[in-house]
Design a protein. Structure first.
Length: 383
């Protein structure tokens, strides 16, 4: 207990109000599901929504004693939630609706687009709430706990929707469960009395996780060509898997930071994975984009040529990679190109650029600033 004090009554009332409000806001969704999809879908929606709200609320209510400053250790429990934690709890509502929609097939345009909107809102709040906590001076252990839990619950819910729609295979559920698998393995190792080393929970791992969230959010867009999504899947799944394996090797002592093997791997990634390989990929991608642009006319062709020029120079490489993917995925463009296999190759190459950056000799790398700050991880660390 923080400072040996009980949870303030005002904080309990606010927390209860937040939980109750989530259930109230679920009513309009239930009515729409009933009208658009029928009684059977409504039953599954209610079961899914109430279950998700119950789980997230249990995490929230059981962590109220952590509604205090990270330092000093005996800091008193704050009497109110504060704006930052209230924003974070909005994510609970968003991911609960998202989870419920995954449990039944939908036809309503609102329900088809809702997962993308809800998950995008959840990701946006994930960036904003930590910043609000710092600005208002209300960083808290509660905020940090809720961030981690809703990151995982949101990713599981979004991936479940993608898999249920058939957009991506069910094995995509596995990366969404990595954190819980890691926590279980860590707990098992501690319970067996085996030595553990605390991994670095920031840096590249946060960046890769953020990119994977973006990929899943894109997969939730109903009109995005499925073949294009699948062509770039490996460039997001493999790095995320590697990041968790790296952390596990550090935890078990198989990989010691600063030693020969760690330095060798760091050199390979710095020089090749984030250096020469992205250089070759962005030049190849630029050439292919120009070939595709010649088959088009009007604004899409101009945008693709500009994106190809940016990739060639390495000027805002990630931004231009995302821009070219967005243009090529437009139904009118994709169908106009006949869904060419060349488009899938370009998308795959640009996915690699999004993950690894522009590489050697890249110019105008201003976009690396938010990536270097771990896609909002700096704000989160202060929560």
């Amino acid at each position: 207990m923080a400072g040996g004090k009980d949870i303030p009554r005002r904080l309990k009332l606010q927390a209860g109000g937040v939980v109750f409000l989530q259930f109230v806001l679920g009513v309009p969704w239930a009515i729409h599901v009933f009208r658009a999809e029928g009684a059977s879908a409504t039953f599954f929606w209610i079961v899914g929504f109430t279950s998700a709200v119950a789980v997230s609320s249990a995490v929230f209510l059981s962590s109220l004693r952590e509604n205090r400053a990270p330092h000093p250790p005996d800091a008193p429990i704050r009497p109110d939630l504060g704006l930052a934690n209230t924003l974070t709890m909005m994510r609970s509502y968003a991911v609960s609706v998202l989870f419920a929609i995954a449990l039944f097939p939908v036809q309503s345009p609102i329900l088809l687009w809702a997962p993308f909107v809800l998950y995008s809102v959840s990701i946006t709040i994930d960036f904003v709430d930590g910043l609000v906590a710092r600005i208002t001076g209300r960083a808290s252990l509660l905020g940090e706990t809720l961030e981690h839990e809703f990151d995982s619950i949101g990713l599981i819910s979004a991936t479940l929707v993608v898999a249920a729609r058939g957009t991506l295979s069910w094995w995509f559920m596995l990366p969404a469960l990595y954190r819980y698998l890691f926590m279980f393995a860590y707990w098992r190792r501690v319970s067996q009395g085996l030595p553990v080393v605390e991994p670095d929970n920031g840096g590249a791992g946060r960046v890769i996780a953020g990119l994977y969230w973006g990929y899943i959010a894109t997969a939730l867009i109903p009109i995005f060509p499925v073949h294009l999504l699948r062509s770039g899947a490996a460039f997001f799944v493999v790095p995320l898997t590697g990041a968790f394996l790296r952390d596990w090797f550090i935890v078990t002592g198989r990989l010691v930071p600063g030693t020969g093997m760690h330095r060798l791997l760091s050199y390979i990634f710095r020089v090749y994975v984030f250096g020469w390989i992205p250089l070759a990929v962005r030049i190849a991608s630029a050439g292919l984009i120009i070939l595709l642009a010649q088959r088009l006319s009007g604004i899409p062709s101009v945008i693709l040529i500009l994106a190809a020029g940016g990739l060639t120079l390495g000027a805002m490489a990630r931004t231009n990679a995302i821009l070219s993917i967005a243009v090529l995925s437009l139904p009118v463009v994709y169908q106009g190109l006949g869904g060419a296999g060349l488009v899938q190759i370009v998308v795959a190459l640009n996915c690699l650029i999004i993950v690894a950056g522009g590489g050697r000799f890249a110019l105008a790398r201003h976009e690396d600033i938010p990536f270097a700050s771990r896609l909002g991880g700096g704000a989160k660390a202060s929560r």
